[in-house]
Design a protein around this ligand. Structure first.
Ligand SMILES: [Zn+2]
Length: 231
């Protein structure tokens, strides 16, 4: 008897590739172009999974009765079909219509200490937004002491990417889409006589840490307060 996975080797490979793209999305979260390239690659790969599954399974005896309806459930899923439709839009119109939300403030220990809404433009890196934040604080000492760091905290900017049509943020959308595909592939493997796939994505990074960029406290004191600190 053949291994159940051997029937869908190419689809499993594409699904693993999607996992890799999610790590790219995490790593490039603060650079608009690189974020967009990573997200596009993810959608391109995940969009191919139903087609590959159909090609690999069309001659299987269970195809019409069981496997095809399972594969079709991917196309009828609301999140996946929105992402599939949005792919062309993302490629051709860039990030202009993607919403970029930001807050700036300070972080202390494990979490955010103070945060206020701060516009992070969809075309700018978080480092660029931080330069604007420091410029604002340099000019306004009241805001600086309200939201800037003290000796126990560090400056930070937290940003999020969202499509207007999806209520969830794009990294979350990618992980959810990967899990949805995984559930269907897992069900297919069970139908082929194998056991369920591992879907926990335990290697993903803490989404709060991904979204938050923490900057150097000493550099802030020097460049905003004009303090010279001895190293
Ligand atoms: Zn991983």
């Amino acid at each position: 008897m053949s291994c159940p996975h051997s029937h869908i080797e190419a689809a499993l490979d594409r699904w693993n590739e999607c996992h890799w793209h999610i790590h790219q999305i995490e790593a490039n979260y603060h650079s608009p172009d690189r974020f967009r390239y990573s997200f596009n690659s993810f959608i391109r790969a995940i969009k191919e999974i139903p087609q590959i599954l159909k090609m690999e399974l069309q001659n299987h005896r269970k195809y019409s009765a069981v496997l095809k309806p399972l594969i079709n459930s991917l196309n009828s899923n609301e999140l996946l079909s929105t992402l599939y439709k949005k792919r062309n839009f993302l490629v051709h119109q860039g990030m202009l219509n993607i919403l970029s939300y930001g807050v700036a403030g300070t972080t202390e220990g494990r979490g955010i200490k103070i945060a206020v809404g701060f516009k992070v433009e969809p075309y700018e890196t978080t480092e660029e937004a931080y330069e604007k934040f420091k410029y604002l604080l340099r000019k306004n000492k009241i805001i600086r002491y309200a939201v800037g760091p003290d000796c126990d905290s560090s400056p930070m900017i937290r940003r999020e990417w969202k499509l207007p049509e999806l209520s969830i943020e794009l990294l979350e959308a990618a992980v959810s889409a990967w899990k949805l595909c995984g559930e269907v592939i897992s069900e297919i493997i069970i139908q082929l006589g194998g056991s369920a796939l591992e879907l926990s994505f335990s290697c993903r990074h803490d989404p709060e840490k991904v979204k938050t960029m923490v900057f150097n406290q000493k550099e802030f004191f020097e460049s905003v307060d004009g303090e010279k600190t001895d190293a």
